[in-house]
Design a protein. Structure first.
Length: 300
C-alpha cells in the first residue's frame, strides 16, 4: 500500500510489516489526507496479521512536525508525542514574535460557526472537521506564538505575553563585527523526533544504517533544530516588517555576499528522563547496525 509520504510492505513471513518513510513533507492542501492515509496503511498491516513493525527512516530528510506527532500518537496513543523544549529570548526575537503574532490569521475564525456541506457523506465528516481545525490554527510564520503549545493547558499560546512574558536572555550573544546580534529559530527534524521519542519513551529497538564496520552510530540526531539559509531568514525579517524598524536596524546584519547555511539552534529539546540533558546533536547509539561488508554486498 502506498501513499505520498510512505509505502507499506509485508515480508514473506507474513508477520513483519515495513513502513518506508522517505519524507514527512506533505503539501499544504494534502496534510489531512496524509494523516488519514498513514492510519489506513497501519490498519491494513494490522488486518493482515502483522505483529512486528519496522519503520525505515534511513533516507529521510525530515519535514512537518504535526505529521511526526501524529505518527507517534497512532502507535502509542496513551502518551504525549512531544518533548519539552526551551528557547532564547532576545530583543530581536521578542520583536519577531510580537510582529508575527499580531499579523497572525490563526484563531481569527475560531468564534465563527461552520456549516457542514450538505452533500458531505457521514464517513467524511471527521476529515472535513480536521481540515477546518487545521485551517483555523494554521500559522503563517515560524515566529507566530500559535506554533507553540502551553504544557499546562494543552492549548496553543495566543499572545507573546503568555508565551515569554518578561523573560530576557542574559548570556553571551553571537556577535559579528563587534556589533550584530544574530537570532535563529529552529524547526524540528521530524524523522529524528519520531525515532527519539519511540526509543526513549517506548523502548523501541533502533538500527543505524551505513558507516564503517564495528563503528557504532547514533540512530538519530538533530531532533529539534532548523537549518535556515540567510536569505530565508532575511525574507522572514522583511515579511514581518522588521527590516523597516529603525530601532532594530543594528541587530540585523546586511545580506551576505555568498550563500551561507546556518546550523545554529535557538530552541533546546530535552531528554525525557533527564530534564537537564539536551538532545541537540547528541550521540544516541543504536542497538543494532546494518551495513554492507564484502560478503553482504555480494549476497545481500
Amino acid at each position: 500500500y502506498g501513499t505520498l509520504m510512505a509505502t507499506f510492505y509485508i515480508l514473506s513471513d507474513n508477520k513483519t510489516g515495513v513502513v518506508v518513510i522517505p519524507n514527512v513533507i506533505p503539501s499544504d492542501n494534502d496534510m489531512i489526507n496524509q494523516l488519514f492515509e498513514l492510519q489506513t496503511g497501519l490498519n491494513i498491516l494490522e488486518e493482515r496479521g502483522v505483529t512486528n513493525l519496522v519503520l525505515d527512516f534511513h533516507d529521510n530528510g525530515g519535514g512537518f512536525i504535526l505529521l511526526a506527532y501524529f505518527f507517534v500518537y497512532l502507535l502509542f496513543p496513551e502518551f504525549s508525542p512531544s518533548f519539552d523544549n526551551d528557547m532564547v529570548v532576545t530583543e530581536l526575537s521578542r520583536a519577531l514574535l510580537e510582529a508575527a503574532t499580531s499579523q497572525s490569521t490563526a484563531f481569527k475564525t475560531s468564534n465563527k460557526s461552520f456549516e457542514i456541506p450538505p452533500s458531505l457523506h457521514t464517513k467524511d465528516l471527521i476529515r472535513w472537521a480536521a481540515n477546518t481545525v487545521l485551517n483555523i490554527m494554521r500559522s503563517t510564520s515560524i515566529f507566530d506564538t500559535v506554533s507553540y503549545k502551553d504544557p499546562n493547558t494543552g492549548n496553543p499560546f495566543i499572545n507573546v505575553e503568555e508565551f515569554i512574558g518578561n523573560k530576557t536572555y542574559q548570556g553571551t550573544l553571537i556577535n559579528i563585527n563587534g556589533r550584530v546580534e544574530m537570532l535563529f529559530i529552529n524547526r524540528w527534524v521530524s524523522c529524528s523526533l519520531i525515532t527519539h521519542r519511540m526509543a526513549e519513551k517506548f523502548n523501541v529497538s533502533t538500527i543505524a544504517v551505513g558507516g564503517y564496520k564495528d563503528k557504532p552510530l547514533s540512530y538519530a540526531s538533530f531532533p529539534g533544530s532548523q537549518v535556515l539559509d540567510f536569505d530565508e531568514l532575511y525574507y522572514e525579517f522583511n515579511s514581518l516588517g522588521i527590516l523597516q524598524n529603525e530601532t532594530l536596524k543594528e541587530l540585523i546584519p546586511p545580506p551576505f555576499k555568498v550563500p551561507i547555511i546556518f546550523t545554529i539552534t535557538l530552541k533546546e529539546i530535552y531528554d525525557i528522563f533527564n530534564e537537564d540533558y539536551v538532545l541537540e546533536y547528541t550521540y544516541k547509539p543504536a542497538k543494532h547496525r546494518l551495513y554492507y561488508d564484502e560478503k553482504s554486498a555480494k549476497d545481500p
